[in-house]
Design a protein around this ligand. Structure first.
Ligand code: ZN
Length: 214
């Protein structure tokens, strides 16, 4: 199985994780969501959870539950809080960012698990890069309602430009009180780096990233 690893999460022996590529086999016993670019966060704290309804983030403190996120240009974001031993997986494209899925997940961490952003670690995985992701300016208005896009958008036409979703995701995580030193990137572009499924490049398939508590 070929998964990309991030040292920011590898430092914790209590978890396992991986960012999928086009050649990664899907992990066994993985819990996947019906992803719809929402702000819905599902907390998995019982023995079931094989079927997850519409959601774009999962959180658990139960060992041996592998939380999965499918992507093909959107960002897979994995997180871990070693104090309360909670792991999470987030699906974040521009719609998810505009719907505040990251902020809602951090809010659920705080309210349900009493987990502080200051000691939660985030890894932002492979997604489409700022040189490959053209969007209409209406997208910018939507994202601006949650957080200022500012330098993360480069206008190239009257009603379009290039969007840096990675920068916006990081800014949202920082805005919730997570220290910069707790955030890292597995910085591949799913469109212009080889070996990934890319929706914009015409792929109908998805790669799967996962995190689980051992
Ligand atoms: Zn690219």
């Amino acid at each position: 199985m070929s998964y990309l690893k991030d040292g920011n999460l590898e430092q914790f022996s209590s978890i396992e994780h991986g960012f999928g590529t086009a050649s990664s086999l899907w992990p066994e016993d993985i819990i996947l969501m019906s992803q719809k670019h929402t702000n819905h966060v599902i907390i998995i704290e019982d023995g079931n959870g094989a079927y997850i309804p519409v959601a774009d983030a999962l959180l658990t403190s139960i060992p041996a539950k592998r939380l999965g996120v499918k992507t093909a240009d959107c960002l897979p974001i994995l997180l871990y809080n070693p104090r309360v031993k909670v792991a999470g997986a987030i699906h974040a494209g521009w719609r998810g960012l505009a719907n505040a899925i990251i902020l809602n997940t951090i809010d659920k961490l705080r309210t349900f698990y009493n987990a502080s952003p200051e000691n939660t670690y985030f890894s932002i995985g492979p997604g489409i890069c700022k040189n490959c992701y053209e969007v209409g300016t209406e997208v910018i208005d939507r994202i601006n309602s949650v957080i200022e896009v500012n330098g993360a958008f480069r206008q190239t036409a009257q009603h379009a430009g290039m969007l840096d979703t990675r920068a916006i995701a990081e800014r949202q995580i920082l805005s919730a009180g997570v220290p910069q030193s707790n955030i890292s990137h597995v910085n591949f572009c799913t469109r212009c780096s080889p070996g990934f499924h890319s929706h914009r490049a015409g792929s109908k398939e998805r790669q799967v990233s996962f995190i689980g508590i051992r």
